[in-house]
Design a protein around this ligand. Structure first.
Ligand SMILES: Nc1nc2c(ncn2[C@@H]2O[C@H](COP(=O)(O)OP(=O)(O)OP(=O)(O)O)[C@@H](O)[C@H]2O)c(=O)[nH]1
Ligand SMILES: [Mg+2]
Ligand SMILES: [Zn+2]
Length: 290
């Protein structure tokens, strides 16, 4: 039988076959080969009694380590300018990683009832990144978000406490995903969502809710990103051919067209600061990281 993994938890995979959900284990050879089945994967399973076994994973169109998902059409980066405030670096980093994987990105700025995030909106309007300003609390923007998710498989990502699960509940009240308090003292969420799960929304969209993170990890940073970094910043594209030196790193060179565009206000300083931070994180990666 064939199906899609809709939930992964404690070594069990919940596979939607179209006729129901089969709880599966995965064959031992996956572990030996260093691959794990992921939510979003299309898999071949054999069913015996009420249990199943994942035999094979179909080729993936894309795969992410964090959030751990496969085959998504769109990565929805949920952010907030209210507590817990999202560092724009997180947005720019995820955007670059998604660009490398040819995956669409939608920025979803939540908690508009608390903070309208004018600066963030201005930065991403200028960068040409699609974004929606929403509130899971008041419902502002939720219809627009729903429209942008129609007919697609999307995955939420973002720091803990920005309201990913709250938005899932706002999009389709018949889900009651667990929502957690934000620690005002620490200014961050409490890691309420602990597993990755795919939900079919009424209206046709499919959405994967994922655990939030509190720090940046390096799982997605590799040589390919290092080599293609400037191209993963779409707003740099018009300038990349204009630098004086071939192989310009766009960090400090004389005659750099990207730096000139930042100076002229055509590229936002916040985006270029993220570029520099990512460039420095990637700088020391060597061949063996491949
Ligand atoms: N005022 C306001 N509060 C919100 C909004 N969205 C979510 N919250 C609150 O923010 C807190 C965290 O929400 P969650 O939905 O659990 O956040 P999450 O991103 O799923 O967090 P993790 O599962 O830990 O990654 C809860 O107290 C929500 O009620 C919003 O639009 N406005
Ligand atoms: Mg959550
Ligand atoms: Zn340059």
């Amino acid at each position: 039988m064939r199906g899609r993994i809709k939930k992964a938890l404690s070594g069990f995979y919940y596979v939607d076959t179209g006729e129901g959900i089969v709880t599966c284990r995965a064959r031992g050879r996956f572990r030996k080969e260093g691959v794990s089945p992921l939510v979003g994967d299309m898999v071949e399973i054999t069913v015996s009694g009420t249990e199943g076994m994942v035999d094979a994973i179909e080729p993936r169109r894309n795969v992410f380590a964090r959030p751990a998902v496969a085959n998504i059409d769109q990565l929805v980066i949920v952010a907030s300018n209210a507590i817990p405030r999202t560092d724009p670096y997180l947005i720019d980093r995820m955007t670059a990683i998604a660009a490398l994987k040819n995956c669409e990105v939608l920025l979803c700025i939540n908690k508009s009832d608390l903070d309208r995030a004018d600066e963030l909106c201005a930065v991403y309007a200028q960068a040409g990144l699609p974004f929606v300003l929403v509130s899971a609390e008041t419902g502002e923007g939720v219809e627009e978000l729903r429209e942008r998710m129609a007919g697609k498989l999307s995955a939420f990502t973002g720091n803990s406490g920005v309201g990913k699960s709250s938005l899932l509940n706002a999009l389709d009240p018949h889900f009651s995903a667990q929502v957690g308090e934000v620690s005002q003292a620490l200014g961050r969420g409490r890691h309420t969502t602990r597993h990755v799960e795919l939900y079919k929304l009424s209206g046709g969209a499919e959405l994967i809710d994922t655990p939030g993170f509190s720090s940046f990890d390096t799982a997605e940073l590799g040589l390919e990103l290092k080599e293609k970094l400037p191209e993963t910043f779409a707003d740099f594209a018009p300038y990349l051919g204009g630098c004086r030196f071939v192989g310009c790193s766009h960090t400090k060179e004389k005659g750099c067209a990207v730096l000139a565009a930042v100076k002229a206000g055509e590229i936002s300083p916040s985006r270029h600061t993220s570029y520099l931070r990512l460039y420095n994180e990637l700088k020391d990666l060597r061949e063996w990281n491949k």
